[in-house]
Design a protein around this ligand. Structure first.
Ligand code: 4AD
Ligand code: MG
Length: 462
């Protein structure tokens, strides 16, 4: 195989005429009098390459194998296209079929297949227009994340996936064990975890935050970006059991610095995809969500609103909206409340700060009122919560008493408490859910459609 083969993206940008080979998967073949047209795609860009085969150029017995889904190579001349719709086309003279795709059974042929159906063939849906666009955007968001932090001097930290401490203190963790579940060892009626693989109970991490905090207390500005796991039984279009989170942490940084970083980061990601994913975003705007482009331009240009939880509750109480979940000071904001604030009341992303301590995690810095904590959630229209973060409690005694209030065991967090014993800097950080950001940028309505292979309650196919 020619190691200098070009992506279709590069062929489409080439100066015709020139000899070229095009590799890819067949989207469609259309035959008319004396000529066949093949739309070929290799995932490198939204547009297909049009391949034109004059009658007799390729033996009929070979051409018959060029069906939707087949993997092929065409060689020929790249020429200016006489037809509208594309600048260049390939006049093919030879064909090699690498892999046939039987039209009687290939499941990706139906036009307009539902997203529900496509979820059942997640290994093949990636060859279609929508999922091609989705995963190119996801790739750009990931790359832009590293660029953003690298350019600002943040160190990238690989935090562990297996963890003994519950970073959110919420108890929604998957347990990791090699014990024989049919025959669990016990002492005094309780499971004997000293015989388990790690000699103790272990879990899949819900967040890299606690570990990344340790690195912020040595390298100042750090971030982690990896998979996180939540064993909550949330069967919603916004929740996954396995999702990717980007978590920066800064020493010598208060909640204002944290909000500024979150806002800069979201704007940077949006500008990056506007610059690098034009064709894909135009597709989303046309076919998925007609407000996507307008929203993204708006986000890139206007400052986010910043309000306290207490003021947010006042706005909700004054709204006169018939909310399903009642609004009162102390209630957790539900998605309907978040959407009212961002969509109806304010019309752009909103950062809500200083939530009641009862509805937030143990590690958030307690305010002087002793009722609220220095939390900050970024809420976005259509999505609701897209970022959760806070200034961290760096006072040893306050943190210990918060943990006692919440009945958290000290032992698994002893190392985390050490960070407060020895040279604790004031520090802050947040977590952006990559899939929530994907939904925001693409307008896709279900989080299962913006991750390659989704894991939710009752389903871990592929
Ligand atoms: O608000 P969360 O739970 O915050 C944390 O995990 C902190 N430790 C982050 C930090 O301060 N370093 O989650 C952060 C974000 C949410 O705002 C949301 O975007 C996403 O992670 N998220 C989920 N995404 C998909 N499925 C789920 N089940 C999610 N839970 C949270
Ligand atoms: Mg949260």
């Amino acid at each position: 195989m020619d190691y200098r083969r070009s992506y279709i993206r590069d062929l489409l940008a080439s100066e015709p005429p020139m000899k070229a080979s095009a590799y890819g998967w067949v989207k469609t073949r259309r035959d008319s009098k004396g000529v066949s047209f093949v739309q070929l795609n290799d995932g490198s860009c939204f547009a297909d390459l049009q391949v034109v085969i004059q009658e007799g150029a390729i033996p009929e017995s070979e051409l018959r194998r060029v069906t939707t889904g087949a993997c092929v190579r065409f060689d020929g001349m790249l020429v200016q296209s006489p037809a509208s719709g594309q600048a260049v086309e390939l006049q093919a003279t030879t064909l090699e079929v690498y892999g046939d795709a039987d039209p009687a059974s290939y499941p990706m042929q139906k036009k307009g297949a539902s997203f529900e159906f496509l979820r059942e063939i997640a290994h093949l849906r990636v060859r279609g227009n929508t999922f091609g666009a989705v995963f190119r955007v996801r790739n750009e968001l990931s790359w832009a994340t590293h660029k953003f932090f690298k350019d600002r001097g943040f160190m990238y930290v690989h935090t562990p996936i297996i963890s003994a401490s519950d970073a959110e203190g919420a108890g929604a963790m998957f347990q990791v064990t090699t014990l024989d579940l049919e025959n669990v060892p016990r002492v005094d009626g309780k499971v004997d975890y000293s015989q388990d693989f790690f000699g103790r109970q272990a879990f899949l991490t819900v967040s890299g935050q606690l570990n990344v905090e340790a690195f912020a207390q040595a390298f100042t500005n750090v971030y982690t970006f990896g998979p996180t796991f939540r064993a909550e039984n949330s069967n919603t279009p916004r929740h996954l059991a396995e999702f990717w989170m980007i978590e920066p942490e800064q020493a010598f940084c208060d909640i204002t610095g944290n909000m500024n970083l979150a806002e800069d980061f979201l704007k940077y990601l949006v500008s990056h995809v506007l610059d690098h994913c034009r064709a894909d975003l135009e597709f989303f705007n046309q076919r998925i969500e007609p407000t996507v482009l307008e929203t993204l331009h708006h986000v890139a240009e206007s400052p986010f609103e910043r309000i306290t939880y207490t003021d947010a509750i006042k706005l909700l109480e004054a709204s006169g909206e018939p909310f399903e979940f009642p609004v009162f000071w102390g209630c957790d904001l539900q998605s309907e409340h978040e959407r009212y604030l961002t969509e109806k009341k304010i019309g752009r992303p909103v950062i809500v700060t200083d939530y009641p301590k009862e509805i937030k995690a143990f590690y958030m810095k307690l305010n002087d009122d002793e009722r609220t904590v220095r939390a900050m959630d970024v809420l976005a229209p259509r999505i609701g919560e897209i970022i959760g973060g806070s200034q961290r409690e760096e006072r040893y005694d306050v943190l210990v008493s918060r943990m006692k209030e919440l009945s958290l065991p000290e032992e698994p967090y002893s190392w985390y408490l050490d960070l407060r014993k020895y040279g604790a800097a004031p520090h802050s950080g947040f977590g952006l859910g990559l899939e929530r950001m994907m939904m925001y940028v693409t307008g896709m309505k279900n989080i299962r459609d913006v991750i390659p292979f989704y894991r939710v309650p009752g389903s871990a196919e592929f």
